[in-house]
Design a protein around this ligand. Structure first.
Ligand SMILES: *Cc1c(COP(=O)(O)O)cnc(C)c1O
Length: 425
């Protein structure tokens, strides 16, 4: 990019560029369909010969403006919004994986993504090998198979708070001729831009910090445009050979750096329809306008709360990669020197029972199946998000059965600490 602007400016001004006399705020194109004056013009859209809108199940201008903003924030080449983070990860994987293919994934990932990969995609004939993200490169090499089509991991794992060695994973993926897909939900591009460290595709649950206000479920896929699909054409026939459902166009030939996102829009959105509503995209955009202000505050508050918890006798352990002494502090310093995220996990000496009693006494923090919100919220993964996993599977996913996930909001940090203090008493 010739003159990249700072991310703070992109948060405010990215995506929607009004012309003379146009609305300053992003319009909500609350329309399922778009009008044309010639049958020919509409036909060209259907053939992907011209760019434009015809039906909101595939594309909508409000969504595209917000996707363009996130794309610029991540330093990508093309992006699309999806109805949820789940849909984003689902599409990112199946855009290049079919029955008979294989995925290498970090074991410490979000519970929903873990189910998606190990249960639902398995039913579709896509196999996954879960790996320990901290394992050596030699060890991780063993997970790859001739039919491996991508590597998947999270920048900061939810809820295990494992910080990924992105360069190590990028080297492994590229050494095997496959892209690295990174879910960057927790770090956000404010704290880490995985593409700069070698990731090829970045996904988000925009439901979390990007929305930030607990208003809209949404997702996003950003493609760096850097992966050379043609160099491994036999692995990715969906991108490098003719698509019969579009009169034989070849995505890499026709769309270059836009190939991955165009294919995901033209085929997956068309057939599966996990589009974000334009109304939600508008609300997400409002969230993005303050992301650069909120994220540093989340990190500052989280560090204060983590330090407080660390000093308590009734707290068995505290995990927060922003804390010096945390197992992932060095990786955090390297990949996200300005801060990690607002999520802390800790265990009480009283274990599972003490966790429930503590949570019931909190007054400022609310028990919610949510995380990365302006309001502080708290969850017990073993009895909530991860309750379908056995204790063994919990530990494999980096989740201690006693773990409390405490998502620090942007309230006053002293108020949060007082709240924890009275609940521990
Ligand atoms: C929440 C979350 C998801 C799923 O996103 P939804 O928007 O809830 O579908 C995926 N990945 C991570 C890291 C998450 O935190």
């Amino acid at each position: 990019m010739a003159n990249p602007r700072a991310i703070e400016t992109t948060c405010i001004q990215g995506g929607w560029n009004p012309g003379n006399g146009q609305p300053r705020q992003l319009p909500i194109y609350q329309s399922t369909t778009f009008k044309y004056t010639s049958s020919e013009a509409m036909g060209k859209l259907f053939d992907l010969e011209a760019e434009g809108y015809f039906y909101t199940r595939l594309q909508n201008p409000t969504n595209d403006a917000v996707a363009a903003k996130i794309c610029e924030m991540e330093g990508g080449a093309a992006a699309m919004l999806t109805s949820s983070g789940q849909a984003a990860n689902f599409f990112a994987v199946i855009n290049i994986c079919s029955a008979g293919d294989h995925v290498v994934s970090s074991a410490t990932i979000y519970g929903g993504t873990s189910n998606l990969l190990t249960v639902t995609l398995k039913r579709f004939g896509i196999d996954v090998t879960l790996v320990d993200p901290d394992a050596s490169e030699e060890e991780l090499e063993k997970a790859f198979q001739p039919n491996t089509k991508c590597v998947f991991a999270e920048t900061i794992a939810n809820p295990a708070l494992v910080v990924l060695d992105i360069e190590k994973f990028a080297r492994l993926a590229h050494g095997h001729g496959v892209p690295l897909i990174i879910d960057n939900t927790f770090a956000t591009p404010i704290n880490c831009r995985p593409i700069e460290w070698g990731a090829d595709i970045v996904t988000h649950s925009t439901t979390k910090y990007m929305d930030g206000h607990g208003m809209t479920v949404g997702g996003c896929i950003v493609d760096s445009g850097n992966f050379d699909w043609n160099a491994y054409a036999d692995k990715f026939p969906g991108l490098t050979t003719p698509d019969e459902s579009y009169h034989g166009i070849i995505y890499t030939e026709r769309f270059g750096k836009g190939a991955f996102i165009t294919k995901a829009t033209a085929q997956l959105m068309r057939d599966l329809g996990a589009i974000q509503s334009p109304q939600n995209a508008f609300l997400l955009n409002a969230g993005l306008e303050s992301l650069h202000l909120r994220v540093p505050r989340h990190c500052e508050n989280a560090r204060k709360v983590a330090e407080f918890l660390q000093g308590r006798d009734d707290v068995a352990w505290v995990k927060y990669p922003g804390l010096p002494g945390d197992k992932y502090h060095a990786l955090a310093e390297k990949y996200m020197p300005n801060g990690t995220c607002g999520v802390i996990s800790f265990g009480l000496k009283g274990g599972r029972q003490a966790a429930a009693a503590f949570m019931d006494k909190l007054k400022v923090a609310s028990i919610a199946t949510h995380v990365a919100d302006a309001r502080t919220c708290v969850l017990h993964p073993a009895s909530h998000t991860h309750r379908q996993l056995s204790d063994e599977q919990l530990i494999e996913a980096g989740v201690d059965p006693a773990m409390i996930r405490y998502s620090v909001g942007i309230e006053n940090a002293e108020d949060l600490i007082k709240d924890i203090e009275q609940a521990l008493a």
